[in-house]
Design a protein. Structure first.
Ligand SMILES: Nc1ncnc2c1ncn2[C@@H]1O[C@H](COP(=O)(O)OP(=O)(O)O)[C@@H](O)[C@H]1O
Ligand SMILES: O=C(O)[C@@H](O)C(=O)COP(=O)(O)O
Length: 424
């Protein structure tokens, strides 16, 4: 059982569903009773005892006005339910389109809450993301030199975060340098930046201890933003509590893998599934740029599989050169929209055919899947990989919504095996 956990209820607005899973499990790991919803829940939704409410949106790549409107609706719902601290969760690789949406959403949330200064950092050392002097590193390299420069929807080509955020926002962004974080001077620096007319303070953090220091300094802040790392720092600053082992996914019923991420890690994970001899079907949007017929062909292929063939994979993941060819022929947004819609239809068809365990790779892809399935949310289960918990829905589905970049190369294979990882 959970012990009581003192502190304001944390209301999280996440800009995609894999990010929401990641932040939800970061809070749960530190003992917060955490509820996860896909989309802003309707009025009258039952809320048992909780310390954190996480709303997963799909606003990372939509039109900026749409992202703002949906985020403000989530904010209103959370505040009406007593959220004393609001956390805007964006990606640890600061995934943004040219116009946002991190800046526009933060501007709108801070304006609506009348907050003059917001501290934020994408740093999440547990995922290999660190911020130093305002620059974001992915592992050993700058963001702009990482695989993120090839992302299909949010290619990241600038690693200096005050410039990236400043270009998306009506307000200025500054840095809290690592030395000041480590000297316990975050509060002083925030006041100084505020005096200089800066609204967003990007806090350097290279280790979990830096995020813990930031969490302590920001415990009373009404609005904070970042990736799972800083959310974990905020949770760690609360009185400690404990909880039961997270529930594991049921092993009965059949499993399937759906992959739409084109990240380097997902490509390895997809290859591992195919090399293991699992049935594999690629959604080839260049050959058939129509969501309905792509989905129908995939489901016909599934229906023809013999019994005992192992959990199949349906994927569209491509390496950068092949992806570029698709995008040049069809356009980046159009090809992504067709594939997201197709994979959502495939997910629905698979569930209609009795699949109860779905392993999805990619944030936008997972958003399309939960949207097509119409699942309202779920319980945070055991972690199959760091930041990748099973989500158990009231309708009996077990969903693994994996950020494109997360997990070991064997994750998709093992999570869809008869005895999935993350169970013990
Ligand atoms: N073959 C492809 N051609 C064009 N776009 C693709 C292809 N495969 C996947 N995509 C799109 O790329 C995007 C990948 O984003 P996402 O699912 O969020 O993955 P990640 O978690 O790696 O960011 C999705 O919108 C997906 O539909
Ligand atoms: O912060 C992160 O890296 C993840 O939580 C995240 O946001 C995942 O997004 P995708 O990589 O687009 O799945």
């Amino acid at each position: 059982m959970f012990d009581s956990n003192e502190g304001p209820v944390i209301g999280v607005i996440a800009d995609d569903v894999t990010g929401a899973s990641d932040v939800a499990v970061a809070l749960r790991r530190r003992g917060l009773r955490t509820m996860l919803f896909f989309g802003t829940p309707p009025e009258g939704t039952d809320l048992p005892g909780h310390d954190a409410l996480v709303i997963a949106l799909k606003t990372r790549t939509v039109d900026r006005r749409e992202a703002v409107a949906r985020s403000l609706a989530a904010l209103a719902w959370l505040r009406a339910r007593g959220a004393g601290q609001v956390y805007f969760k964006y990606c640890s690789t600061f995934d943004s389109t040219a116009e946002g949406n991190i800046g526009p959403v933060l501007d709108a949330l801070a304006d609506a809450m009348d907050v003059p200064m917001v501290a934020t950092t994408p740093s999440s050392p547990e995922h290999g993301r660190t911020q130093y002097n305002g620059y974001l590193f992915v592992g050993d390299v700058l963001l702009s030199e990482s695989h993120m420069r090839h992302h299909p929807l949010t290619p990241m080509t600038d690693s200096y975060l005050p410039r990236v955020l400043g270009s998306q926002s009506a307000y200025r962004a500054g840095v809290v340098p690592l030395a000041e974080v480590r000297r316990g001077e975050i509060g002083r620096r925030l006041a100084e930046l505020r005096g200089q007319g800066v609204r967003y303070a990007l806090v350097d953090a290279v280790e979990d201890d830096d995020l813990a220091a930031a969490g302590r300094a920001l415990a009373g802040a009404p609005l904070v933003a970042g990736a799972a790392g800083l959310a974990g720092g905020l949770a760690a600053a609360r009185p400690s509590s404990s909880y039961d082992d997270a529930p594991a996914p049921p092993l009965t019923g059949s499993a399937a893998v759906l992959a739409g991420s084109c990240s380097a890690r997902t490509l390895e994970q997809v290859a591992a599934v195919i090399e293991a001899g699992r049935p594999a079907h690629r959604l080839d949007v260049l050959a058939d740029p129509d969501e309905e017929s792509l989905a129908k062909a995939a489901l016909d292929w599934y229906d023809a599989l013999g019994p005992g063939s192992g959990a199949p994979i349906v994927y569209s993941s491509l390496e950068p050169a092949a992806l570029r060819r698709v995008q040049e022929a069809l356009g980046g947004e159009r090809s992504a929209a067709i594939l997201e819609s197709a994979i959502g239809r495939v997910a629905r068809g698979l569930v209609e055919r009795g699949v109860t365990r779905l392993v999805c790779a990619g944030g936008e892809t997972s958003g399309a899947v939960v949207g097509a399935l119409g699942v309202p949310g779920g319980v945070i289960g055991a972690e199959a990989a760091r930041g990748v918990p099973w989500i158990l829905t009231a309708s009996g589905l077990a969903l693994l919504l994996k950020s494109g970049n997360f997990g070991e190369p064997g994750l998709l294979l093992e999570a869809s095996a008869t005895t999935p990882m993350g169970v013990a």
